[in-house]
Design a protein around this ligand. Structure first.
Ligand code: S3P
Length: 442
């Protein structure tokens, strides 16, 4: 139902005009959904498929604009990609099948595309310039450039940010200690490591999402994990595979929270990713007294299953800082749950949120604050005193898909209409989000 042309599309709860999405309060949130493919997994399958020798077939590929950016960068590097609906076929020709792009590689809004591709290009004997939209050009890339330089590539950011120029070449294996948990940087170093001779090790300060470790073996590449250390040995060759992407766990978080905070609500999500490095948000919600059930239907290479969430009287908690790396993308949804929970919920150890698609700490403080939520913005998190009525307000998505979706879910609980400028950016990860919202609140 997203109407990019600016026409009004009246529905019960959501109306998008050219200026803002208008969202009214909802009586309930009910439905059974399957979600578009997980964004993190879709990016990786596309990249690994491009590096494999032969055709990789991917089903339920993410419908979001971010993963389309990965495909368009791969095409610019000479990879043949067929994309029809949610099926993607990638005709990989190995690492040496990549060729210099005719111009800068545009990763759009996608930090994952830019950072993970940097690791691939570090071993390629040509110059590449990786760039993106205004938001991505504000985000840190020195964290990925530094290890790639240590491996022997030339990697030059612009004031620590994109555009990032890479001149790849012969790489040496390294052991690299990540200063902050980042699955994107971990993946970049491992992808460079596959092109070096010897064993490359990445030591993480805390476990970040482990899709690269789970998926590379499906492409015939062994990965060793020892505590927080991950190792690959190069030079490696990838063999093609066929895979269906589980539903996006981070998208699920918004539907789960909507069902928890509205009366008379129940949502069931089938075929969703239940990888423990992505489901800490469910653990936190359960600790907040949420009624959530899950079941696993498949376990390899990624755990997949179902989630059922029902209306709950939530209670505030202190979210343990050591859980934050496994729920970093879900803090916006959790902040909305916190706004509706009795008592105080605090998030700490989440300073990374300030360098995501927007400064998510300040965007949440601004948006929820305008809705009348009592909160305190902190350098590394938020304290939210929840449980008071929320009012509709005029809000801004700050060009950040997860802020748009979090504020939209909050709007369902507000006493009057909310307007969210720039809400269409939800399509970065979840183009059907407003359609699902409309279906569930009928
Ligand atoms: C991602 C890793 C996380 C996450 C991002 C996706 C990935 O970023 O926030 O949405 O797919 O590896 P960092 O690696 O910067 O923490």
């Amino acid at each position: 139902m997203l109407d990019q042309g600016g026409q009004r599309m009246p529905t019960r709860n959501t109306v998008l005009t050219s200026r803002a999405m208008r969202i009214g309060s909802a009586q309930r949130f009910r439905g059974r959904f399957s979600l578009p493919g997980d964004k993190s997994i879709s990016h990786r399958l596309a990249l690994f498929g491009a590096l494999a020798e032969g055709a990789t077939q991917i089903e339920n590929f993410s419908a979001g604009a971010d993963c389309a950016s990965t495909l368009s960068c791969l095409r610019a590097l000479g990879v043949a990609v067929q994309h029809e609906g949610t099926s993607v076929r990638i005709h990989g020709r190995g690492f040496s099948g990549l060729h210099a792009a005719p111009g800068p590689l545009d990763a759009g809004n996608s930090g994952s595309t830019l950072r993970m591709l940097a690791g691939v290009l570090a071993g390629r004997p040509f110059e590449s310039v990786l760039t993106g939209d205004a938001s991505l050009r504000q985000r840190p890339v020195e964290r990925v450039a530094a290890p790639l330089r240590a491996m022997g590539a030339t990697a030059i950011p612009t004031d620590g940010r994109p555009p990032l120029t890479i001149r790849g070449g012969t790489l040496r294996s390294i052991a690299w200690d990540l200063p902050v948990p980042s699955a994107q940087v971990k993946t970049a170093v491992l992808l460079a490591g596959l092109q070096a001779t010897g064993t490359t090790t990445v030591n993480e300060p805390a476990l970040s999402r482990d899709h690269t470790e789970r998926l590379l073996p499906a492409f015939g590449v062994p990965v060793q994990r020892n505590g927080l250390a991950v190792c690959v040995t190069g030079p490696a060759r990838l063999t093609p595979t066929t895979m269906t992407v589980p539903g996006d766990a981070s998208s699920a978080a918004f539907l789960v929270v909507a069902a928890l905070i509205l009366p008379d609500s129940e949502v069931r999500i089938d075929g969703v990713l239940l990888n423990p490095t992505r489901t800490a948000f469910l653990d936190v919600l359960r600790r907040m007294n949420a009624t959530i059930e899950t079941g696993i239907t498949a376990s390899a290479p990624e755990p997949v299953g179902w989630i059922v969430a029902r209306s709950s009287q939530l209670a505030g908690i202190e979210v343990p800082a050591d859980l934050v790396p496994a729920l970093i993308d879900e803090v916006p949804a959790l902040a909305v749950a916190a706004a509706c929970a009795r008592g105080r919920t605090s998030f700490s150890g989440a300073a990374e949120l300030r360098v995501k698609e927007s400064d998510r700490i300040s965007a949440l403080a601004e948006g929820l604050g305008r809705m009348g939520v009592a909160l305190e913005e902190r350098p590394d998190g938020l304290a939210i005193d929840g449980g008071r009525p929320m009012r509709g307000a005029s809000l801004n998505a700050h060009d950040d898909h997860r802020i748009a979706m979090a504020l939209s879910v909050a709007a369902l609980r507000a006493q009057s209409e909310t307007q969210i400028a720039g809400a269409e950016c939800a399509s970065i990860s979840f183009p059907q989000f407003y359609e699902y919202l409309q279906l569930a609140t009928r």
